[in-house]
Write a new protein. Sequence first.
Length: 452
Amino acid sequence: MKQKTFFTCQQCGFQSPKWLGKCSDCGAWNSLAEETVTVAPRSGPSRPSATLARPQRLEEVVASEADRIRCGIAELDRVLGGGVVPGTFILIGGDPGIGKSTLLLQAVNRLAESGPVLYVTAEESTWQVKLRGERLGVKAKDLYLLAETGLEAILDRVRELKPAFLVVDSIQTIYTAALESAPGSVSQVRECAGRLMQVAKVDGIPTFIVGHVTKDGAIAGPRMLEHMVDTVLYFEGDPGHPYRILRAVKNRFGSTNEIGVFEMKESGLTEVANPSELFLSERSAGASGSSVVAALEGSRPILVEVQALVSGTSFGTPRRTTMGIDHNRVSLLVAVLEKKVGLSLLAQDIFVNVAGGVKLVEPAADLAVMAALASSHMNRAVPQRAILFGEVGLAGEVRAVSRPELRVKEAARLGFTRCLLPQGNLKNLEAPSGMELIGVRSAAEALEGLFE
């Protein structure tokens, strides 16, 4: 038995035989920490396992959607692709206090109806979890709580109980005695996650693990952690708003474009079945600098208010501030408004916000952002029952976007009567009853039709 010392980057997992001030792999400064492992000499040639699985032809493998287990929370099931797949390994991350533990506790309350659930709490005591469970109305009889941080003890309890589901909260606080490094280090997270994944796959136990996030919003620990798991869920939201969005950034058993919308209340997280109506409920009538975009999150259309404020600057360099939308995208649209539409925004402070704490990532929001900017600059309100969507190019052209029929249908359902959309999407698109569809080819044409 001999000990080996090396330095591991706490951001990406890169290993070096000597200390470095800057990680040569990810570029992080002062992120290498010393770790020591005990290397045991091999006693002989390795032997193949006696329990090797028999190779199967692809056509012999039976896969059925009926194998999925419903969580009982429709928004969570939507993001997971229809439910939990047996043996799946799921990582959920998010800012502190965003509601990760609350969501899982509510989910296992329903899942316990399908079999025993072991909830490992490495950050709280069992009575603290019980108090939170009472507030959330958790009354499952087959929900077992375990306050433990040692991986070996956790695995022993799993072998004894043989649960149908396993939850570990959180992966950064558990450790294995096989390593001398501190809990939360790269080697500890990698080793603990690897052994938990083996239990999930071999025994077919769906396993949820909670992951901390760094100040940059990424899940703490080695990037390998996200590669190991089957599904990575991010729970996001603005601390100043009660709404939370669950987004899948990786899903081997479903789409990564679906989102789930929740509202945080005193009694826990409640599902928002109609997020469009909720996000538009407080929109001011007749206010300039406001427009509505028909965004698409996976297969779900969501109507969101885009707000803009354009005012004269008191500084030498105008400010450009954005919330909920990419800053570079807004800068591009401002340049198009100046060059192709003729609006003078050079000496103006510009603030753009997506109401409700929603984050817009698809380019279909371009037309609505431009309309809000022009509305604020000209101090003319966008018609209250008008909606927009479309991608804007550098030449000022309006490009077609995906699934226009879903966007238009959702807008008509909420009482909108006028829709400005790309001319390319107008072909073979049937207008809903009471809805006027206006196809536009350029940003200038769209603004002219909007403020005529």
